[in-house]
Ligand binder design. Sequence first.
Ligand code: AMP
Length: 281
Amino acid sequence: MIIFKKTEDLRSYLAGKKAKNAQVGFIPTMGALHAGHLSLVEKSRKDSSITVCSIFVNPTQFNDPKDFEKYPSTIEGDITQLEAVGCEALFLPSTREIYGDDTGTEPHFEIGYLEHILEGKYRPGHFQGVCQVMSLLLDIVQPDRLYLGQKDYQQCMVIDRLVELLGMRETRVMIAPTLREADGLAMSSRNIRLNKEERAKAPAIYESLLYIKEHLEKGETSSVENQARTKLDQRGFRTDYIEIADAETLQSVEVWDGKRKLVIVAASFLGEVRLIDNLIV
Ligand code: AMP
């Protein structure tokens, strides 16, 4: 695997490969890699001739400075894992390489209501930061396929919209299922930060999504939502949201017709660690 720290080096490597008709798959990450990330790399390896992964902890998407400071970093292990799954290229830029001296002068990306609901509501500015870094990374890599995890459901919708806004018709957005630990906890880089007691409780988020899925009936949705939230409260979670939403639009569904495709989305704190998960119904 070739490791690129400089944008221009990666650009010229990819230009050379594309001149020989290589298909490029791209997996942007913030590192502390786990099997979920690697599953995206493996998918790209099957579909494309060149797989590029990036590791960049993007400061502009963190609304909480403490979360940024404590974001896990396991770079040596990440490199070993990427090599083991046959990733061809890793982009490992510094903040200066991405933003120069100024992270603050980004344009506003017109992602509409997605910016203000759910994750957008509880993490103000988050999706603008995601769009800011993704627009730069996409410009550098110009992938044929961009691999994202369903784990970040709203982010997938935002990036899909961004790719459209950027007019990148050549880039296909590929969304891969959420990989879970044996007890159901969605794999996440932030799981490393859970202490033993918190880790034991953490699968309750997924269980609450399953609870809603099992008990959901046609008609109003708020009572089953409230029951699930109470279960999380009782286990010591602090829940930002647990919501039944339209799977296409992410708008909240208060009355379900029994047919519309839904997604149940949740974000909840265990101690200092904020976990998110979702389940399509
Ligand atoms: P992150 O490093 O958390 O920014 O994630 C990088 C990419 O990996 C994003 O597209 C995530 O949605 C995806 N991802 C994170 N966790 C998982 C998981 N458990 N299963 C599948 N994909 C994941």
